[in-house]
Design a protein around this ligand. Structure first.
Ligand code: CP3
Length: 343
């Protein structure tokens, strides 16, 4: 019998309570994180296994969460592939020389890239040795579309124009880029699993900027190739995106044991659409965590009502915001535990 309720639900088995964790649960809304950040840069935290392990455990000490997610970033593989970047204060990631031409894509390093991310595997090993067995450890990577979009745009983007134009104007270059990222991502996730990750999440945070047809033509084959390789390990995979309500069916077909859903669609509608047996993760609006407590409780209750009798992992529809009050996080976790006792 699996000890972790999070793993049980990922595998479609019953559990005593809805498992709960929060995307980006380690981060700036925690004062102990902000204190560490006064002394260390974001990349320094990621690249020092003892520090990354400490940050991973911070939210676990505060809240009764069912899973920890290893402290890292979806952009770390860029560096391992020869693309340099940094996190500029208040601006998010900045890529030194964006990847735009066939030459840029040919120059990307694939062989041995996963070995240059060794610090992540060491952090996973440390965290697993410190976590109680009921708390699952999640590894992760960015999905090829979202990672490619950062490489091409050079940072965050509103319209993803350069990314879409590479698809439309240079389909062979796009194909090579996506194959290279997919290969590195597959090996990176397998190494995380080897190091002790019990579940992995593939973050396709920005794929919702695409039409359904562009998703099918330019993204689906690559995400599917990663997900089918990981499937061979029998480790559950959470396939996550935002803004994907119009093509959740094809994302689900691409693979993954759990489908991540954001707040733009009701969970009950997704179960009606994709089948009642599908395991869903989500889908509270991160902004609801800033709302008055009564409204917050009402929204959590609504999600739990819809999820009754289904396999469901409670989470936000996207990452927790830095201005989130800690007592509101506590309200959500307590409510989930209270509802479990009543059922
Ligand atoms: O607790 C956790 O969830 C684990 C750590 C984690 C981070 N990034 C740490 C981080 C995870 C899972 C990520 C994933 C990530 N990174 C995504 C996918 C999830 C999502 O939110 O869509 C994306 C798109 C990124 C890229 C990224 N990293 C951006 C755009 C930024 C800057 C904006 C921001 O949110 O701060 C980062 C920086 C980053 N990654 C921080 C953290 C804690 C903030 C760094 C700081 O302390 O200043």
């Amino acid at each position: 019998m699996e000890e972790s309720r999070f793993l049980r639900v990922c595998l479609g088995q019953p559990s005593d309570s809805t498992p709960v964790w929060f995307m980006r649960q380690a981060g700036r809304y925690l004062e102990e994180y902000r204190r560490l950040r006064e002394r260390y840069g974001m990349l320094e935290l990621c690249r020092t296994p003892e520090l990354a392990a400490e940050v991973t455990l911070q939210p676990i000490r505060r809240f009764d969460l069912d899973a920890a997610i290893i402290f890292a970033d979806i952009l770390l593989p860029l560096d391992a592939m020869g693309v340099r970047f940094d996190f500029a204060r208040g601006e998010g990631p900045v890529i030194e020389k964006p990847v735009r031409t066939p030459r840029d894509v040919r120059d990307l390093l694939v062989e041995g890239a996963e070995s240059r991310l060794d610090y992540v595997y060491r952090a996973i090993d440390i965290v697993r040795s410190k976590l109680p067995s009921r708390t699952a450890l999640i590894g992760f990577a960015g999905a090829p579309f979202t990672v490619a979009s950062y490489m091409i745009e050079g940072g965050h983007s509103r319209h993803f124009a350069a990314t879409k134009l590479m698809m439309y104007e240079q389909p062979d270059t796009w194909d090579l880029l996506m194959r290279k990222i997919s290969q590195v991502t597959t090996r990176y996730l397998l190494k995380q699993i080897e190091a002790g990750a019990q579940v992995v999440q593939l973050f396709d945070s920005w794929v919702g900027c695409l039409s359904r047809q562009d998703y099918l033509d330019f993204v689906f084959p690559y995400s599917r190739s990663i997900l089918s390789e990981i499937r061979k390990t029998a480790i559950p995979v959470i396939h996550f995106g935002t803004g994907t309500s119009t093509f959740l069916d094809v994302m689900h077909q691409a693979g993954g044991s759990v489908l991540g859903v954001d707040w733009r669609i009701e969970l009950q509608d997704v179960w009606k659409w994709l089948g009642r047996g599908v395991v869903l993760q989500g889908n509270l609006d991160p902004v609801a965590l800033l709302a008055p407590k009564d409204m917050l409780r009402e929204r959590v209750n609504r999600i739990l009502d819809q999820a009754q009798g289904h396999a469901h992992i409670f989470n936000l529809g996207h990452g927790i915001l830095p201005q989130t009050p800690l007592d509101n996080v506590e309200v959500v976790v307590e409510l989930i535990r209270k509802r479990a006792l009543e059922r």
